[in-house]
Design a protein around this ligand. Structure first.
Ligand code: THG
Length: 371
């Protein structure tokens, strides 16, 4: 397999040296930044995550800061999620959509003050988009990328590890809320969030010089908790139904197709970008939607481009993420499935690179009872 060429454009993080010293085996590129995806093996990484606690370099989840008198108005213009009652230090999963109602990103937004937000972005260039909107629309805001490098602590022993490093207050952080907790004489935003279903925290490190200090503190405090380095795990995230922007949904999809209807307010009232298209899409109802698919046969290869899904010879959708799940004893996948075939239990065929396979539509997240 060909290698990636490294350069300044492919950004490292304050944790990269530590990752490499600990023997990281694989990266992907996310927001032009290295993101570790393989430590030992996908299966061993997944099993460890479900049993212990892992430290993840997710500094690639870059922050777009929007600050100033028009900050709240600009953020609300960018998303159909109603942020009217948003509380300070709370996190909100917000679809960003364009004028056609197409998804541009699915970030976590944090309201830090009435006039200050972080948009913790998935893999697309929201900084440029927000700057364009602010400049073109005459918003009185600053839009910039602050020096914030998230380190995630994920897994069932996360509370114990965090309490040892950040104090007992860490246990009080509620889901999708944050507290400013002390570390090395600074206060850092610590939220109960992260890209796994195993529970955990995200530490918004605000001094890159403290990156290896924080890393070392977590590993020193967690030796008896079997702490290990990790990263977003393909198996765990597909089982848990966590979507990946650019893979499972793109600009071609509305938030309703992505299953984000619950994160959309009344688009017409919000006057957000795309409100006309979204109002029409909501009235018509989606024609396709995100689903799980259990795919038969032995372990599937990596899904590098969408795999066609058919039913009785008709187009029924596409698989965009897939992997073998040791815990469920089957291949699990995330797919965009057309309305005529999206009922859980529907039998379909998947055109995998190594041949046709039988598959069954099911709900997300995957569970022992999923159809
Ligand atoms: N954390 C932070 N920023 C991020 C991510 C993150 N930016 C990029 C990417 N991940 C955005 N994607 C997601 C996808 C799912 C979730 C968060 C970010 C997530 N979803 C919860 C779930 O599905 O169980 C529910 C969220 C809710 O109920 O509001 O956590 O991981 N900082």
């Amino acid at each position: 397999m060909a290698q990636l060429s490294f350069s300044r454009r492919l950004r490292g993080t304050p944790y990269t040296q530590r990752l490499e010293a600990a023997g990281v085996k694989g990266y992907t590129v996310y927001n032009h930044t290295l993101l570790p995806t393989l430590i030992d093996s996908l299966e061993a990484d997944c099993t460890h995550l479900k049993q212990h606690v892992q430290v993840w370099d997710v500094a690639c989840e870059r922050q777009v800061e929007i600050k100033g008198p028009d900050a709240a108005r600009l953020v609300q213009w960018m998303t159909p999620r109603d942020l009217g009652k948003a509380a300070i230090d709370q996190c909100y999963y917000i679809p960003l959509v364009d004028e056609t109602g197409g998804m541009l990103n699915d970030p976590v937004a944090i309201k830090l003050a009435e006039d200050r937000f972080w948009i913790s972005i998935a893999d697309s260039d929201v900084l440029l988009y927000a700057k364009g909107l602010a400049i073109g629309g005459g918003f009185n805001v600053e839009v910039f990328e602050p020096e914030i490098d998230i380190l995630a602590v994920q897994g069932p022993k996360s509370d114990d590890l965090m309490a040892r490093v950040f104090g007992e207050d860490a246990r009080k952080v509620r889901f999708f809320r944050g507290l400013w907790l002390p570390f090395e004489g600074r206060e850092m935003f610590v939220a109960r969030s992260g890209y796994s279903k195993q529970g955990g925290f995200e530490i918004y490190l605000n001094d890159p010089a403290l990156g290896s200090v924080l890393w070392d503190a977590l590993f020193a405090a967690g030796a008896d908790l079997n702490v290990r380095q990790g990263g977003p795990n393909l198996i765990e995230r597909i089982e848990g139904g966590l979507l990946s922007y650019g893979n499972d949904m793109t600009r071609d999809n509305t938030p309703y197709e992505a299953g984000f209807g619950k994160f959309c307010g009344d688009a017409a009232k919000l006057q957000c970008i795309g409100h006309e298209a979204l109002t029409r899409a909501a009235a018509e109802g989606p024609q396709r939607m995100i689903r799980g698919l259990k795919i038969s046969g032995e372990a599937v290869p990596v899904c590098r481009r969408p795999w066609s899904v058919t039913a009785g010879g008709d187009h029924a959708g596409q698989v965009t993420s897939a992997t073998w799940s040791p815990d469920f004893g089957t291949n699990v996948s995330i797919a965009m499935i057309e309305k005529a075939h999206w009922t859980p239990g529907t039998a379909v065929k998947v055109e995998a690179p190594d041949g046709m396979r039988d598959a069954v539509v099911c709900t997300l997240p995957f569970g022992p009872d999923a159809a």
